[in-house]
Design a binder for this molecule. Structure first.
Ligand code: PLP
Length: 319
């Protein structure tokens, strides 16, 4: 099945969606994006689009930071996404990539006096990080600060910071990089938030540690509290706390919950996947398929056999 796109207000195969080489966002990174999972449940013959509305709320926040005006409401963005998945014909897990960007074909770095455009791509995504446990290094690149480019937006230009760190880690034989803030506290992975287990509690860097406010991060905090009775402390995390953690894992839409078994050549905990990480992985796997009715507000179902779309809290989704 080839990837499919919504581009210039039309649905089309990705191969037909092209932009001009002077497009502002291509030169200056003046765009923001999101990543949404459509999880295929073969038993139920349906997709569960997970927290689609929350992903678009974050995208709209990014648009505000970049002064991008979209001609669509939150509901319309959700509806377009469902329609795109439906038209793509996939019957497997999909990854949805909306992108809002400065589309003027012009030279000159700025945010004002430029046209905006919006596209969505639906494609598949192979496993992002190994389920068996990632070996990480702390990056020599520091996480970009809110005073430089706001990390709470998924702003395209900011991903050069992530790319530098990821490739440095990969070239040194690691699976993933952990970026520290300018003052040396843990921020996050190149495309994931980070958690440690310390004294049986979850600890994760706070929003003011230049992290992206991950939707998987929020999901894990809620599942840990509601299902396992485990609180999460959001606070500054020292690098040495990572080394001494009982468990460590990364979270993200692409990576799911990825255990970290080693950081900077030091085994984390026993060097295997910890018990709390394992429990959370199991809960998470159920919830992203839409199988836990407690969290129905997180699900938008697209049932292909019935040609039916249901969104519990996602308003305006019609078949
Ligand atoms: C830098 C960064 N941090 C964290 C995350 C995790 O965010 P989410 O769980 O919303 O996918 C991502 C993924 O989008 C990311 O790119």
């Amino acid at each position: 099945m080839p990837p499919y796109a919504f581009f210039h207000k039309q649905f089309m195969p990705l191969s037909e969606a092209k932009i001009g080489i002077l497009t502002h966002a291509l030169h200056y990174g003046t765009a923001c994006f999101d990543g949404i999972r459509g999880n295929w449940d073969g038993e139920q013959e349906r997709f569960c689009l997970f927290r689609v509305e929350d992903h678009y709320k974050r995208l709209l926040d990014g648009c505000r930071l970049l002064k991008i005006k979209l001609p669509y409401s939150l509901d319309e963005l959700c509806q377009l996404t469902i329609e795109l998945v439906k038209r793509s014909g996939y019957r497997e897990d999909v990854y949805i990539r909306p992108l809002a960007y400065k589309s003027s074909e012009t030279i000159g770095v700025r945010l004002h006096d430029l046209e905006d455009d919006f596209l969505i791509i639906v494609t598949t995504l192979p496993a992002y990080l190994s389920n068996r446990g990632a070996r990480c290094r702390t990056s020599s690149w520091r996480r970009v600060d809110d005073t430089m480019i706001p990390a709470r937006g998924k702003i395209c230009g900011i991903y050069v910071n992530s790319a530098l760190a990821k490739t440095e880690a990969w070239e040194d034989g690691f699976d993933e990089a952990i970026l520290l803030t300018h003052d040396g506290h843990a921020a996050e992975g190149s495309g994931e938030n980070i958690f440690i287990v310390s004294n049986g509690k979850l600890v994760t860097p706070s929003p003011s540690d230049n992290i992206l406010l991950g939707i998987t991060r929020d999901t894990v905090i809620k599942l840990a509290k509601n299902e396992l009775g485990i609180d999460t402390v959001e606070r500054q995390v020292d690098r040495s706390e990572l080394y001494l953690a009982e468990e460590c894992f990364l979270t993200g839409t692409a990576a799911h919950i990825a255990p970290v078994v080693e950081i900077d050549h030091r085994a984390i905990g026993t060097g295997g996947i910890g018990p709390i990480t394992m429990k959370l992985q199991k809960l998470f796997a159920e919830v992203i398929l839409g199988r836990n009715p407690k969290y129905s507000e997180w699900y938008a179902f697209l049932s292909l056999t019935l040609n039916l779309i249901q969104g519990s809290e996602v308003k305006g989704l019609k078949g």
